[in-house]
Design a protein around this ligand. Sequence first.
Ligand SMILES: NC(=O)CC[C@H](N)C(=O)O
Length: 198
Amino acid sequence: MNTIGVLALQGAVREHIRSIEATGARAVEIKRKEQLAEIDGLILPGGESTTMRRLIDSYDFFDAIREFGRQGKPVFGTCAGLILMAQEIEGQEKAHLGLMNMKVARNAFGRQVASFEADLPVMHVGDNFNAVFIRAPYILEAGPEVEVLASYQERIVAAKQGQYLCTAFHPELTDDNRFIEYFAQMVEQSKMKARTVV
Ligand SMILES: NC(=O)CC[C@H](N)C(=O)O
């Protein structure tokens, strides 16, 4: 059985746990970096990226998460998690984990439309995915190795780069489990690959 962890320092953790369990995988709240050794994939949840970064540093997660990804293990960032994964953040001198070759803008849909829903076609996932946006970022620029999975009003809102996956919206807030199932498949494939290498 595959085990997927959710970084549980801040943000929408419980909803992700529920959606992971709906795929049949085991779900674990990750509160200490040592727990990363027990999981096959990691979710960085929505919340507040600056606060989450502060907690990542105080709990010494920074290098541990980067190393987790470098081993080829899948990491999925939603909303604030997407911001954490970007190599560049508009208007900020420094990025956070820098796992994906992309530049992102925070709170990018403006105040009036801070939260909204849209039904989007998502590559590999399917049509009419109910995307819930909450003070969402979007991807301003993506490098050639980044595959765009979904856009909304010509802004990129979901992407994949190898073992890294991210969404500006919150798939864990809907009952539609197709997105998390896609991530669970990435986790399964990376485990199979690791087995054949050994
Ligand atoms: N729902 C969310 O995760 C919002 C992200 C938040 N606006 C940030 O900049 O971190």
